[in-house]
Design a protein around this ligand. Structure first.
Ligand SMILES: [Zn+2]
Length: 111
């Protein structure tokens, strides 16, 4: 059984930074809420948001495979040129570590 949030933070109420809902920390557990300091999500947000909203996740291109990268680009109306992902305004995509999105050509050959 997971710890109640009230065992971890001093606040009686925490707010999901995504949907802005308030939660009583003595009623929800770590299964219900994600903290940015865990690096699983980029913001403090409830698990409902974390499971439905990609924006809540920490973006790390190193941990994505090519098809995940391609769908990441497609979802944001970007494009790939010479193996690098670009936003539709021509700027390169950057993950939360500031790294550009490279499509690994060797991985593509296996597909
Ligand atoms: Zn939420």
């Amino acid at each position: 059984m997971s710890s109640y949030i009230s065992e971890i933070v001093e606040e009686d109420v925490i707010t999901c930074e995504c949907c802005k809902k308030n939660f009583l920390t003595n009623e929800i557990t770590l299964d219900d809420f994600n903290f940015a300091w865990d690096n699983y999500t980029t913001i403090d947000c409830c698990s409902d948001c974390a499971s439905s909203n990609m924006e809540c996740y920490a973006i790390d291109f190193d941990k994505m495979n090519n098809s995940q990268k391609l769908s990441f680009v497609a979802e944001r109306n970007g494009y790939v040129e010479d193996g690098i992902g670009y936003l539709d305004d021509g700027n390169e995509f950057r993950d939360d570590n500031g790294q550009a999105l490279f499509i690994d050509n060797e991985e593509n050959e296996d597909v």
